[in-house]
Ligand binder design. Structure first.
Ligand SMILES: Nc1ncnc2c1ncn2[C@@H]1O[C@H](COP(=O)(O)OP(=O)(O)OP(=O)(O)O)[C@@H](O)[C@H]1O
Ligand SMILES: [Mg+2]
Length: 329
């Protein structure tokens, strides 16, 4: 803006002549010169603003067309500092929004691919067994009961997968109604453990429930927390070959920390960050053999979040894993 300042200074200097003369010709010519200076001043300011506006328009166009543009690339005339800051912040926000949407889109595609894959497996198996039975195996007493049993097992897998998916979608859309109450922790945990007795005996694993005090009262949604405990206990059994599983209830300042600890295969630190993602399984081949779809911990995380708590994992490969969360007392 050097020229603008120069023209203003010349204008002010010329004005001082009005004080020293009363010659009408001089006054009139001074007046005309002042008018001309004013004209040039406005013309110059207009020109400079034109350049600025064109530059701003170019930057906005670049933001729209060029997603790789960086905030440092935006440089405006120093008098437009505020506009520069706003443009930079707009660029950063737009880029963050685009990244978020791209990530969501990728997650949606992956989710659909996973769901279709997981649905396909049991449906193919059921169709296979039924077609074999229809083709004649139904009259073969050596295989018919076995094939029927297999078909039923896969139907059960399918139904549990669908239930998990329905739960997840209800939690994520906020449709799942929670019903919070105080309940007795021992009366809640002991029957769940009893449901796993057959699996524990089969694997010769002991499960010990070790509350710090008997009869602790905790606050939460019993039905949903049963899902959490069942998932954690079933994982502990699935991924433990020897040793035992311990469930601790530790009294903290305002809550009770519930810990499910096993002496199983453990989880690598890189995988620990991902096991709560939908469909994530550490060892795909092994998990397929053991069963499960990788939705269990995703559901656990959502339910514990809804209790205002956080599910945490501590684990060491070949030593064991510990999953814990807190419930209000
Ligand atoms: N206690 C554990 N010890 C070792 N690995 C575990 C343990 N719990 C979970 N994992 C790992 O985390 C993965 C995700 O667990 P998650 O409960 O979500 O799925 P899943 O048990 O494979 O299937 P689902 O629970 O849907 O039947 C498991 O496949 C397993 O690799
Ligand atoms: Mg599981």
């Amino acid at each position: 803006m050097f020229w603008a300042e120069f023209l203003v200074i010349v204008g002010v200097l010329l004005s001082s002549i009005f004080v020293f003369t009363d010659d009408p010709v001089t006054l009139f010519s001074m007046f005309i010169i002042q008018l001309a200076l004013l004209f040039f001043l406005f013309y110059y300011i207009g020109k400079v603003r034109d350049v600025d506006i064109t530059e701003i328009a170019n930057i906005i166009r670049s933001i729209r067309l060029n997603s790789s543009m960086k905030a440092e690339d935006i440089q405006l005339n120093p008098t437009l500092g505020l506009v520069e800051v706003e443009l930079k912040e707009t660029l950063v926000k737009i880029q963050a929004d685009i990244n978020y949407l791209t990530k969501l889109e990728r997650m949606r595609t992956e989710f659909l691919a996973n769901v279709s894959h997981e649905l396909k497996t049991p449906i193919f198996a059921i169709t296979g067994y039924l077609e074999t039975l229809e083709a004649g195996a139904v009259n073969d007493p050596k295989v018919n009961a076995h094939f029927l049993n297999k078909a039923i097992q896969h139907t059960e897998n399918l139904s549990s997968l669908l239930n998990d998916l329905i739960d997840l979608s209800m939690i994520e859309t906020g449709e799942m109604r929670m019903s919070f109450r105080y309940f007795n922790l021992d009366e809640f945990i002991n029957p769940i453990i009893a449901e796993f007795s057959e699996f524990l005996e089969k694997k010769r694993i002991k499960l010990l429930y070790l509350p710090e005090k008997p009869g602790l009262l905790v606050y939460g949604d019993k039905k949903r927390l049963k899902q959490v405990m069942s998932n954690l206990i079933s994982n502990a059994i699935k991924y433990t070959e020897q040793g035992n599983i311990k469930i601790y209830a530790i009294v903290m300042a305002r809550d009770v920390k519930i810990v499910v600890a096993d002496s199983g295969i453990g989880i690598d630190p890189d995988d620990q960050m991902r096991i709560f993602e939908r469909f994530y399984r550490v060892d795909k081949a092994r998990s397929k053999e053991i069963g499960g779809t990788g939705l269990g911990l995703a559901i656990v995380k959502h339910i514990i979040d809804a209790h205002g708590s956080k599910i945490e994992v501590k684990s060491e490969l070949n030593k064991g894993s510990e999953f814990s969360f807190a419930l209000k007392m």
